[in-house]
Write a protein that binds this ligand. Structure first.
Ligand SMILES: Cc1cc2nc3c(=O)[nH]c(=O)nc-3n(C[C@H](O)[C@H](O)[C@H](O)COP(=O)(O)O)c2cc1C
Length: 211
């Protein structure tokens, strides 16, 4: 089993999303140590925003693309190859201003790419080119945005992620939200306990066992 582990908090040891993605890896390894992990740290090494040259290159057909345009897409190709080479994608994502941090949005702009991760058919419909991936998103949030709570409609993070991953065909998506982290020590601990339990349950659900 190959796992791509991506963190996006700019914080280090204080980051809750980092602690939880690491807990996910530890629990998985305990259930089955036979895994290969690729790691990317967007929080400490951001990818650049896409620019005009990138957009022109990405939308140039393969028969017309120039060598310098290929070079412009090199990082995007690396990021996409990394995704395609793995079975499970694990993302640690803080909530920033109701959505994802800018570094994660910049990453998304590189990996959602025509002819690489999605195509457009003759009817003009999008078709995902990614298949059979499990996506696990662990978020860390100061407030509470779960369904049925007063601020639920302010969650632009989970719906955004659901939409972009489904666009590229990655529809097997599980969220674990560590919420209310700014709600005081007790609330925070309770939320972390729930998140740790959900990690255990998710890995049990994936039927991860020693081979
Ligand atoms: C720039 C910034 C924006 C934030 N915006 C929100 C927000 O919109 N909603 C929320 O619940 N928490 C917000 N927070 C709190 C973070 O989501 C929270 O501190 C979380 O633990 C950060 O993830 P990390 O611990 O992995 O770094 C924000 C924090 C920062 C630094």
């Amino acid at each position: 089993m190959r796992i791509l582990h991506v963190d996006s908090s700019p914080r280090g040891d204080r980051s809750i999303s980092r602690r939880l993605t690491q807990a996910f890896i530890d629990v998985w390894k305990h259930a089955n140590p036979d895994i290969t992990i690729s790691y990317r740290d967007l929080g400490h090494q951001s990818v650049p925003f896409v620019d005009e040259a990138w957009i022109a290159a990405a939308f140039t057909s393969p028969e017309k693309i120039l060598p310098e345009q290929e070079a412009t897409l090199a990082l995007s190709n690396t990021l996409i190859d990394e995704l395609l080479a793995t079975d499970v994608w694990l993302f640690g994502i803080p909530m920033y201003n109701y959505s994802v941090p800018a570094n994660f949005k910049a990453y998304i702009d590189h990996i959602v790419r025509v002819r690489r991760t999605f195509s457009v058919n003759e009817a003009g419909e999008y078709e995902g080119l990614v298949h059979h991936k499990k996506v696990v998103v662990i978020t860390a949030r100061g407030g509470i945005f779960s369904e049925g709570t007063p601020d639920a409609d302010a969650d632009f993070q989970a719906p955004f992620l659901k939409k972009v991953f489904s666009l590229i065909g990655a529809t097997d998506l599980a969220f674990i939200h560590a919420e209310n982290l700014a709600g005081g020590p007790e609330a925070r601990q309770q939320s972390l306990d729930v998140a740790h339990r959900q990690i255990q349950e998710l890995i049990a659900q994936y039927e991860v066992t020693k081979s």
